[in-house]
Ligand binder design. Structure first.
Ligand SMILES: [Zn+2]
Length: 338
């Protein structure tokens, strides 16, 4: 290893300035072409959603966790792949250096902001193409700030600044966030409602309090176990005239295999056991997402599976759906889905 790297250093040291310049130019040209190729591969990979089969819930997660891309690098390649649908020409523009990934990310940010600020509106493909062409043809749009100005002017918006997260030595963080006027009013309202707890709460503390409150209400790991008796059958309790049609005992006892009657103890134990999505890819790597967790029956109820914890598994909504799709494909053509 040492010898090899020394060999490269030696051979570069022996190059003339002209040759080194030429080589660097050649490499950066190849870098651009390679980037354009990677973007179009990501595009097809996204359409086929192959990342789901490898234990990731998003293309972003796949690129960062499994291919090792830094977050910003992953994001701008994804932005470019998405823009490829509307403006296929950007592949060639990227390969020839007419546009760069930073500029494409600015376009995507602008588009997202317009659609967020004006719910229901969609930036059309023609508008996106026009933005790309304007950036390509504006000679001084090479720098990020100049490109940002073009995007802001063309879309008639004030571009939101990028969210900054600075991590300190003790693990605490400073986050710089941008809120719309309405979102800021909501935050202040939460602070005011919470003044009985902390009279001089800073907005940051209010955010932390709100997060804690949300988790207490919504995090299945923290939910207190409440046992609700099964609802009385309305035909028995509320309609005395139906006495003659009283259901037999067997019909009001919840069926053991009914989806509705997974006991709260089981649900709680399941969340404590699994904690996150248990989907695993062929190499045994598991998803681990804690977002929108659902309860999956390993063996479906229709196939005789039970509500016992051994037959249950937490899966994120995306992988639960993926499992369903794969099972359906398998049922349709048992050989093709292998
Ligand atoms: Zn998952």
């Amino acid at each position: 290893m040492f010898l090899k790297s020394e060999g490269i250093t030696m051979s570069l040291k022996s190059l003339s300035n002209e040759t080194l310049t030429e080589k660097l130019r050649d490499l950066s040209k190849r870098d651009l072409r390679l980037t354009a190729e990677i973007v179009s591969h990501i595009h097809e990979f996204m359409i086929r959603r192959i990342y789901l089969d490898h234990g990731s819930t998003s293309i972003f997660g796949y690129l960062t966790d499994q291919l090792g891309y830094p977050r910003a690098t992953a994001q701008n390649r994804i932005d470019a792949a998405r823009l490829l649908d509307a403006v296929p020409e950007i592949k060639e523009d990227l390969a020839t250096g007419k546009i760069n990934l930073g500029q494409i990310t600015l376009i995507s940010m602008g588009v997202r902001q317009v659609e967020k600020e004006n719910p229901g509106t969609k930036v059309s493909n023609d508008q996106k193409r026009h933005l790309v062409e304007t950036i390509v043809n504006t000679s001084n749009a090479k720098s990020d700030s100049a490109a940002a100005q073009v995007v802001a002017q063309e879309l008639n918006i004030k571009l939101d600044p990028v969210e900054k997260v600075r991590v300190h030595q003790d693990g605490s963080v400073t986050i710089e966030v941008h809120l719309s006027k309405e979102e800021f009013e909501n935050l202040k309202r939460v602070r005011d409602l919470n003044t009985h707890k902390n009279h001089n709460a800073k907005l940051g503390e209010t955010v932390a309090e709100a997060a804690k409150f949300f988790l207490e209400k919504k995090d299945p790991r923290k939910l207190k176990t409440k046992i609700k008796p099964p609802r009385p059958n309305p035909t028995i309790s509320s309609n005395p005239n139906l006495k003659s049609e009283l259901p037999t005992l067997g019909s009001i006892v919840p069926k053991q295999n009914s989806r509705k009657y997974i006991s709260v103890y089981v649900v709680r134990a399941l969340h404590q056991r699994d904690k996150s999505c248990r989907w695993t890819d062929p190499t045994g790597r598991s998803c681990g997402s804690t977002y929108q967790l659902q309860i999956d029956h390993i063996k479906g109820l229709a196939d005789g599976g039970t509500n016992d914890i051994e037959n249950l598994e937490l899966k994120c909504a995306i992988h639960n759906r993926r499992k369903f799709e794969l099972e359906r494909a398998l049922a349709k053509s048992p050989t093709a889905a292998q």
